[in-house]
Design a protein around this ligand. Structure first.
Ligand code: FA5
Length: 332
């Protein structure tokens, strides 16, 4: 078969295959096979050197025409494909509309709040400490000045695992763990889960989160405590929020107080809402961890995180925070 017959056969075969190409992928495969760097057109060009000298001018022309014919065939197949395919893909879609946000997951509102709390106290110089949720009685009670037979240690008021081990009922345990492991000055917060067999209702859960705060150094005073908590509440709830400190009692602080924030209802009513307990660290606690209570003083606080979140986002029932209902969780 002559060089010219080969060219004619190639054109016929290429056209046939191009007609059969049904999608962009097949079109691209065709382009590579015929017009690519190692394609059929290229090898036809290379065969020119074997053509007898007399036929060379005509063969060169035929080879150039082969290239043009196949390139044009490819271009028009591509254009035809694009003009058919685009309306089919975009039918009924207004590409000028804003996109719809994909519903991807995000941190739970309680985790977001814990991050926020750590950030706010971080700016005041507090570092973050953690302690175990399964605790011994020394850290949950004894070192916190809560002796044996104290009503707070009742088996009905705590989740005991065995005689000496329990799920911690307060993050105050971390105060002890931190003070046992370092010398003053100590300035930490400790967020985490705590467990109490409380009857579940709109504001109580058997598992909830607290954030503990502890600052021990020379010359720490109740005024420092009030300033820190007031500043925290203003940073978290907004600059207009008012705080109030009510005298209270905790075995591990003296004096002790309950910290409240003023809450404004939509109908104009106002009420004081309790956030947690606080006070000056009792000297007995400082002595229990080997600190010199003559030299050092400190303050501590423990705030309920669910109560803060509920107040800030007007969540009426604590159970909503634990039910994993995405319709609720997606709002935050
Ligand atoms: C304490 O737990 C003390 N450890 C706080 C403290 C720390 C005082 C350091 C002094 C110094 P109390 O039992 O009041 O205190 O709990 C603190 C907060 O946890 C409460 O004000 C409330 O916001 C939250 N809380 C208590 N029980 C529940 C519950 N069942 N469900 C949800 N939140 C609760």
């Amino acid at each position: 078969m002559s060089f010219f017959d080969d060219i004619q056969n190639l054109i016929a075969q290429a056209r046939q295959e191009l007609q059969a190409a049904r999608d962009p992928q097949a079109l691209e495969t065709w382009r590579i096979r015929y017009l690519g760097l190692k394609g059929a057109v290229k090898s036809a060009m290379q065969k020119l050197k074997d053509v007898p000298k007399a036929d060379k001018p005509a063969a060169g022309k035929a080879a150039n025409e082969l290239k043009q014919i196949l390139q044009q065939a490819f271009d028009s197949a591509l254009a035809a494909f694009a003009s058919v395919a685009r309306p089919r893909v975009l039918a009924g879609v207004d590409v000028t509309l804003p996109g719809s946000r994909p519903r991807i997951g995000h941190a739970h509102v309680l985790s977001q709040t814990i991050d926020q709390i750590c950030e706010i106290f971080g700016r005041m110089g507090f570092t973050v400490a953690y302690g175990p949720e399964v605790e011994d009685e020394r850290h949950n009670f004894e070192a916190l000045n809560i002796p044996a037979h104290h009503p707070a240690r009742d088996v009905l008021d705590n989740f005991y695992i065995d005689e000496r081990t329990m799920l911690r009922s307060q993050t105050s345990t971390v105060q002890i763990r931190v003070m046992e492991s370092q010398q003053p000055p100590v300035r930490i917060i400790a967020p985490g889960r705590v467990y109490r067999p409380d009857t579940v209702d709109a504001t109580h859960s058997f598992m909830f989160h607290q954030v503990e705060g502890l600052y021990v150094d020379e010359g720490v005073s109740m005024a420092d405590l009030k300033t820190a908590l007031d500043q925290f509440c203003k940073a978290y709830f907004g600059p207009d929020v008012r705080t109030r400190f009510r005298p209270s009692f905790f075995p591990f602080t003296e004096p002790s107080a309950e910290v409240d924030i003023e809450f404004h209802y939509d109908d104009g009513r106002k009420a004081w809402i309790e956030l947690g307990g606080c006070g000056m660290v009792d000297p007995n606690v400082l002595e229990a961890v080997g600190y010199d209570s003559e030299r050092y003083t400190g303050y501590a606080f423990g705030l309920g995180i669910e109560r803060m979140v509920m107040r800030k986002h007007a969540i009426p029932d604590i159970r909503l925070l634990f039910e994993s209902d995405v319709r609720f969780l997606h709002q935050f």
